[in-house]
Every structure is written in structure tokens, then in C-alpha cells.
Design a protein around this ligand. Structure first.
Ligand SMILES: O=C(O)C(=O)C[C@H](CCCc1ccccc1)C(=O)O
Ligand SMILES: [Zn+2]
Length: 323
């Protein structure tokens, strides 16, 4: 059986179903991708040339590179947009950026003890990393991933994020606005995905909040008073292991964790711009409704000149009139 067991998974009270696991050359893969449905793809050899990317190898070839490292006082690394922090706002994130050179990151991981702050490297791969890393990077199975990009009519590849997490690290539930092919190189990661239709159960922060796109619900200790519909959330769970590729459709919420007691995980994601929609068809897709809601929040904040007024106006429009 696979190199993990249930005791390595954190415990949540969430209903989950399974995600299809298919071989890369199965024709059902293209139909799931084209229909924005998640699928775990085996055998693509997308990153098989870089399975040697372990901490020692990367330290040897990146040791003096300054990398984007997040530090957290607990196991959660909730992403926030610095540009949305306004001067009069008291925003105290649990995790924060702490750029450091790779060799320092590797040493801190090796010397890590329970109680120390946790670390998570999230570094955009580009050609300024190091010759060796670039020469490895070009050995990804680009033919295959580009063929998927083409068949699904996705936009351009925007970036590859190199992710090096300590065992047990969690990226809390959030959605991204790009199509994502997520490849695991080392270790096992557990994903819990929710379709855009679960928006009402996941209560993402307001668009203008630094935690835009992130769920307000703390999966470790959900506040069922503030977020009552979270009890009804229905997700999909999958474990992504070495060489697996998980398709995370844009606007699908996802919680990610590196399995406990599984050592560091090394992953690379492939974010693609959404394709240009030829024409809008009805009924609208659920992710299109999320785009509409985002635009309403943006437009109202613009018109009112104050994001804090948006909630009041939306209540005025809806309460007693649409409810
Ligand atoms: O690939 C994805 O989309 C993931 O969520 C993978 C996740 C790290 C992503 C960090 C992040 C989240 C939001 C904005 C920018 C960066 C993990 O593997 O822990
Ligand atoms: Zn994400």
C-alpha cells in the first residue's frame, strides 16, 4: 500500500467524497480537465526527472539563494495579500514572510524542535535560481503539460511555485483564480477540495481584506455560530504522493497539509491563466457566480469609496426585500 497511513492525517469533522484517480493516457482525463473537475493523474512523468530534489540536493545547488520563506507560530500558513493592509488596519497575521538564504532554511529545518516556529518555503521558480536548478527544471515533461494546456484551452503558464514544507504544515482552505496542475516530488500531501457551489458553507473573507480568497473558518476549531453552514460543507479528499499530479480547478476551494511524521514535502505547482471564455452560456457556472460576486464587492467599494461600507449597503439592498 502507499507510503502513508490514516494516523498521519489531521482530524476534521468534514464530509468528504473521493476524487477520481486516472492514468495520464486515459481519455477521461481530458474530459474531466475540460469540465473543471478535479482528477488525480498518475504516470505523467511530469516531474520524474527531479525526484532527486531533496533538501540536501537543493541546499547544494541553491545554498546562497535568498528564498521566500514563511514563518508561523502554529502549523497553519494562511496566505495574505500585503497590498490590502491599509495603515488604519490592525492586522496581526499568524504567519509572516521571513526571507532567508536556502542554507539557513535547510539548517533551521534540520535543527527544528517541537515548539519552534514552523517554516514553509514558497519560492517562484525562474531562471535566476541557479544553473543546475534551471537545467533540472527544463527536464519537466513540458510536452505533456503543454498538451493539457492546449486541449483545455487554458491561458499562459504564469508561474511555478516550488513548495518545501515541514511535516504537518497546513495551507488553510482558500481558492485561487488560476487553473492549477499540482505535482508532488517528495512526500505526501492531503488535499480537501470543495467546489465553488460550497461558497456559502466556507465564508471566504471580504474581497478587500488581506485574507481575500481564504476561508474564515478555522478547520481546527470551527465557529459554528458565526459559520453555521460549515456543518453542511461537502468536500473531496485525496492524498497526493511522489510523481502524482492533482488538477485543482480554478475557484475550487482547497485545504492542503503535509502529512504528519512524513518528513519534508517538496512540490511544484503549475498555475495557468484561465482560458478566454468565447461566450457566456446560461445557466451560469458556479465559478462564474463567484466572479460576479467579487466584481459586485469591488464595484461597491469603488463607488462608496470605502470597503467598510459595502456590507451595510448589501444588507440594505437585501434585508426585508430579497429575504
Ligand atoms: O498550489 C496551490 O494553489 C496551493 O494552494 C498549494 C499550497 C501552497 C500555496 C500557497 C499560496 C496560497 C495562496 C496564494 C499564494 C500561495 C500548498 O501546497 O501548501
Ligand atoms: Zn491554492
Amino acid at each position: 500500500m502507499a507510503g502513508w497511513n490514516e494516523s498521519q492525517l489531521r482530524k476534521y469533522n468534514i464530509k468528504v467524497d473521493k476524487i477520481p484517480t486516472l492514468q495520464y493516457d486515459d481519455p477521461k482525463v481530458d474530459s474531466l480537465l475540460s469540465n473543471n473537475k478535479p482528477v488525480l493523474i498518475k504516470g505523467s512523468k511530469l516531474v520524474s526527472q527531479v525526484l532527486k530534489w531533496d533538501l540536501d540536493y537543493l541546499a547544494e545547488h541553491m545554498n546562497s539563494i535568498c528564498c521566500n520563506v514563511l514563518v508561523s507560530k502554529n502549523h497553519k500558513f494562511k496566505y495574505y495579500d500585503q497590498k490590502k493592509i491599509t495603515p488604519n488596519m490592525t492586522f496581526k497575521p499568524i504567519s509572516r514572510p521571513s526571507p532567508m538564504i536556502f542554507s539557513e532554511f535547510a539548517k533551521k529545518i534540520k535543527d527544528w524542535k517541537k515548539g519552534d516556529s514552523r517554516l514553509y518555503m514558497q519560492q517562484v521558480l525562474n531562471n535566476s535560481i541557479s544553473q543546475r536548478i534551471v537545467s533540472d527544471f527544463v527536464m519537466f515533461n513540458w510536452d505533456w503539460i503543454m498538451s493539457k494546456q492546449k486541449v483545455c484551452k487554458w491561458g499562459s503558464l504564469t508561474s511555478n511555485l516550488l513548495l518545501i514544507a515541514q511535516e504537518g504544515n497546513v495551507t488553510p482552505c482558500h481558492y485561487d483564480e488560476q487553473q492549477n496542475m499540482f505535482a508532488s516530488i517528495r512526500g505526501y500531501k492531503r488535499f480537501i477540495l470543495f467546489p465553488p457551489s460550497e461558497f456559502e458553507c466556507l465564508y471566504p473573507h471580504p474581497v478587500h481584506h488581506p485574507y481575500d480568497r481564504q476561508s474564515q473558518v478555522d478547520f481546527d476549531n470551527p465557529d459554528y455560530i458565526k459559520f453555521p453552514k460549515f456543518k453542511e460543507a461537502c468536500g473531496y479528499e485525496v492524498i497526493v504522493g511522489p510523481e502524482d499530479v492533482l488538477y485543482i480547478p480554478m475557484y475550487w476551494f482547497h485545504h492542503v497539509e503535509s502529512l504528519m511524521h512524513g518528513g519534508c514535502t517538496v512540490s511544484v505547482n503549475f498555475w495557468f491563466k484561465a482560458g478566454s471564455v468565447e461566450k457566456i452560456e446560461y445557466p451560469l457556472l458556479d465559478h462564474q457566480k463567484m466572479v460576479i460576486m467579487r466584481n459586485v464587492e469591488k464595484m461597491l467599494a469603488e463607488a462608496l469609496h470605502d470597503p467598510n461600507e459595502v456590507g451595510n449597503m448589501l444588507n440594505t439592498i437585501v434585508l426585508g426585500r430579497y429575504t
